[in-house]
Design a protein. Structure first.
Length: 104
């Protein structure tokens, strides 16, 4: 498992933690007693941790892919609208990346 700090953290870090499986208990063990937020790909195995102390951070890339597939296959106008809104969020992120912590 790999854990990384956010792009806005004062300390940039990455931790590679060996776990014998993808079970949620491994993420809970590693994240125990920390401000626990986990960004992941909606893996069902993490749901128990989200009901306890870990805060789930959804992955926009995975959500966007579903809207993209729906729009490509069915020309869904709702999916197209969702894609445009997600693109607007990405633009906000691009602009925020250049700001300091106070301004962000």
């Amino acid at each position: 498992m790999a854990y990384d700090s956010t792009p806005f953290s004062e300390l940039s870090s990455a931790v590679y933690y060996f776990a014998p499986s993808h079970a949620d208990v491994n993420a809970r063990t590693f994240l125990d007693a920390r401000e626990s937020k986990l960004a992941c790909e909606d893996y069902n195995g993490y749901k128990a941790g989200f009901k306890q102390e870990i805060i789930e951070i959804g992955c926009t890339v995975h959500a966007r892919r579903k809207f993209f597939d729906l729009h490509t296959s069915n020309k869904s106008q709702i999916a197209e609208h969702a894609l445009l809104e997600i693109d607007r969020l990405y633009e906000v992120e691009r602009q925020a990346k250049e700001l300091n912590n106070v301004d962000r």
